[in-house]
Design a protein around this ligand. Sequence first.
Ligand SMILES: Cc1ncc(COP(=O)(O)O)c(C=O)c1O
Length: 400
Amino acid sequence: MFAESAALRRIKASPTVAISAQARALKSEGVDVIALSAGEPDFDTPDNIKDAAIKAIRDGVTKYTDPDGTPELKRAICAKFKRENGLDYTPGQVHVAPGGKPVIYNALLASLSPGDEVLIPAPYWVSYPDMALLAGGEPVIVPTRAEDGFRLKPEALEAAITPRSKWLILNSPSNPTGAAYSAADLKAIAEVLLRHPQVWVLTDDMYEHLLYDGFEFSTIAQVEPALYDRTLTMNGVSKAYAMTGWRIGYAAGPEPLIKAMGKAISQTTSNASSISQAAAVEALNGPQDFIPERAAHFEKRRDLVVSMLNQASGLVCAKPEGAFYVYPSCEGLIGRKTEAGKVIGSDEDFAKELLAAEAVAVVHGAAFGLSPFFRISYATSTEVLEDACTRIQRFCASLR
Ligand SMILES: Cc1ncc(COP(=O)(O)O)c(C=O)c1O
């Protein structure tokens, strides 16, 4: 009989992937489901990027590449870090993998020994704790508060650090809250880290280009150069260039870490698709003007969703700085009953009953490590968002 490995038994399957699959299954049965559970832009990959991929195929760019990325893509990544973040990296400090997710996993796999701790502020992107476990480490969850804009407080970080702390993972703007850290916020966190040289920082900057109200992006290696030698600055093309299916993520950091990550990828996936890498070169080197245009669409959608959710009985929704998520509190509805008499005892019950009553799929906050909240992805059209928020309002009003 088949039995899962000891390593796999430590983790769970991605809850966001599971909820999206549930929504798709309902849709295939003919239910008019609105899925606000997926974390990907609804825009298409720009044509110049698609054309670069087609050209790569025609030119025979169809072979293995260096396991951790082509020289051309590494150069384009170095130019991006210099141009947009004022960070100096050489191609030997860059790692490319099939998506941002494997970049993070390779970093953890390359660096964690049993008992090493990974500090993860909650709410967190669902994959961090399980990737830390799979790589043999121990996730240490550090809660944040809605009152603090879901940002990690320096005191909370200080209290969570131990001699075994190996990494702090910072994600700004955040999935699932949309919260972003200003340069001053990062400076305060850096001050704590400077006192603890054993702690490295992995910054997940995937949503860098989705910031609103003029909020300026900052990343910790830029804000505190003294941390440069222990920071892995991670990013990717999935969200900024609407390239989730192409599978390209990247990171830059100290050479010994990058070498170790290269060793890990050389014996696992090997290189990301040669064609996707060629497309990513065009994404990073080509025209960037569509990025703020798309961000402006997302900003309007954020405003619509925040406003409509705050009109729903029992919900409180903060206005986040970036990404394409909101993370409203459903605390005001805990203890209420549905028309069928079911008690809403948790955010998971809320999400389940909302899907049953109004066919709107959202992800419960427990999946991200902070309750009672839920996550909505607003990467969909205004009409769909209006319909979804109207259904949510109707559901909340129906609870007694
Ligand atoms: C915060 C965050 N980091 C990393 C990723 C992974 O991106 P990719 O699709 O490139 O693996 C995601 C995707 O949802 C994300 O939300």
